[in-house]
Design a protein around this ligand. Structure first.
Ligand code: FES
Length: 84
């Protein structure tokens, strides 16, 4: 199967079909996903959508990285990164 990737801050992140954004980032060695609006570092924690520790922006919309499937070509950024 061809490698699929999405963009994280200019880095192409590979993922397998059905894999979550958080799992793909973690596999790439990225376990902290930037600051939330309160300045707390977001990260991969519960993995089931309960703790809200892994929030990122996917194409401008805030999502839980641990339960949002990765899709080829999408752009994912930290919550507080510029998203214009
Ligand atoms: S890691 Fe807990 S909601 Fe994603």
């Amino acid at each position: 199967m061809n490698a699929q990737t999405f963009d994280w801050m200019g880095q192409a992140i590979s993922f397998r079909s059905g894999e979550s954004i958080a799992a793909a980032l973690a596999a790439a060695g990225i376990r902290q996903f930037g600051a939330d609006p309160l300045g707390q570092e977001t990260r991969y924690f519960c993995g089931i959508g309960a703790c809200q520790c892994c929030l990122v922006r996917v194409e401008g919309t805030v999502r839980e990285a641990c339960i949002t499937p990765a899709r080829a070509g999408m752009r994912v950024i930290p919550m507080e990164a510029s998203h214009d």
